[in-house]
Design a binder for this molecule. Sequence first.
Ligand SMILES: Cc1cc2nc3c(=O)[nH]c(=O)nc-3n(C[C@H](O)[C@H](O)[C@H](O)COP(=O)(O)OP(=O)(O)OC[C@H]3O[C@@H](n4cnc5c(N)ncnc54)[C@H](O)[C@@H]3O)c2cc1C
Length: 507
Amino acid sequence: MAGTKTTTAPRATPKPPPRAEGATRVDVLIVGAGISGIGAAWRLKRQCPDKSFVVLEAKETFGGTWTTHTYPGIRSDSDLYTFGYEFKPWVGPPIATAEEILTYMREVIDESDLGAHIRYGHRIESAAWSSAEQRWTVRARTADGAEQVFSAGFLWMCQGYYAHDQGYTPEWPGMDAYGGRIVHPQTWPADLDLTGKRVLVIGSGATAATVVPAIAGTCAHVTLLQRSPTYFIPGRNANDLATQLRQLEIDETWIHEIVRRKVLFDQAEFTRRAREEPEAVKQELLAGVAALLPEGYDVATHFTPRYRPWRQRIAFVPDGDLFQGVASGAASVVTGEIERFTRSGVQLKSGEVLEADVIITATGFNLCADGGIALSVDGRSVKLSDTVTYRGMMFTGLPNYLWVFGYFRASWTLRVDLLAKFVCRLLAHMDARGAHAVEVKLPPEDASAPLGPWIDEEDFNPGYIQRGAHLLPKCGPKPEWRHTQDYWREKDDIPAIDLDGPEFVYS
Ligand SMILES: Cc1cc2nc3c(=O)[nH]c(=O)nc-3n(C[C@H](O)[C@H](O)[C@H](O)COP(=O)(O)OP(=O)(O)OC[C@H]3O[C@@H](n4cnc5c(N)ncnc54)[C@H](O)[C@@H]3O)c2cc1C
């Protein structure tokens, strides 16, 4: 592991901050009302009914990712039996639209009366920990510019991992001279009419693979331009086991649990094979794609990635719609690098020119690790990148603070449930010990060990993680000081964590 050494700066003498007049006092403050924040609130209310809590959300509504992204065809790229919560059965097709996911989340909010706890239009700007008070003072800005102050015992960070206001668009020469419209899918304009237009979609990930088939029937032609190809798994948007269990009139709660286990079992097997026999898995994935393309299609150039399977998320393509678009001629794929934008399109390094009326840059996210929140501890500013993570959820030097960063290879939400149960257990444990604060600390034998990056680039390397690596916490030498991204190990390890272990320091 490439390492840097960090030393923990001595903590300044705790000074109580000026008491915020009129602060709303809660035991727990949840940041964000996306799928993580709603899952956290549900579990807290159920498992710790005596804890007061509030969910602060910058937007005017819940949903996070599923509200931000409104581009044509927006849908999940993993199955909802596992992306849905453990506690609420998913009854629709496995790959869901944003609207279906939002309906599901609304039901969770309404059925458990979570709405009363959520304050929309509250963008948190700062969170300051006071060791003297053993509380966080959280300052949020409301839409009308007013400041609202909260005093919270515990910060449960469900702010996601990317900036919601703007996606990532690389700078290409000549962009200013381009005469058409440039659109990033993350900020899709409501007035964009693609009827009869020549559209160029730049990118190769799940977003590009979703937008292309969704607009292929509307625009004159859509070209997907990628620098290098990505792996896809085409398949029917149906789960045969769920269908069969429904025919047998099995209760939906059971179907959810059984199908969830089956999906996780199959994913574990796939992940193992991708590690142990990458070439065989690669050939299977390529054969699945080739089967949907016309005879003689250049799969080697356009659909054969340069990396081994699973180093980036693999998107499921429901009903192979992307490949149908290519086969029908409504969409085409070009693999090459952009030299420059021209007045009417882009010119590639190969000399090829692609003309387009609209260019869609499906080029990814801007990583945002801390939700744009200025953190401080006893008056000293703290950056997440200065900390070392305990299991990708708690951080050295940040008391009573936990960030829900889900899984990439399995559904994000699996970790939401797992960490929610952990937080509830931790809060109960603190009460039992009479403790008001808990902090994680590297054991002395590891304190001067070389530290590594949040995610091992060899193992998983999407562009936004590489671009934002400097913003992320460091990991330590042992698995418990890393975000292992291994659901199958964590599902047993996290519930078994010894809360009296040496890594937890209570006060
Ligand atoms: C288009 C797209 C499709 C995806 N599909 C899948 C998929 O199929 N399966 C999968 O596992 N993962 C998928 N992901 C990853 C996805 O982001 C997560 O799975 C999940 O939705 C993240 O949920 P979250 O609640 O943690 O974060 P977000 O959805 O990012 O929500 C965070 C919320 O916190 C709020 N917030 C942030 N900062 C502040 C602040 N300072 N103050 C107040 N509020 C704040 C935001 O406004 C937002 O509402 C997808 C991502 C994208 C972009």
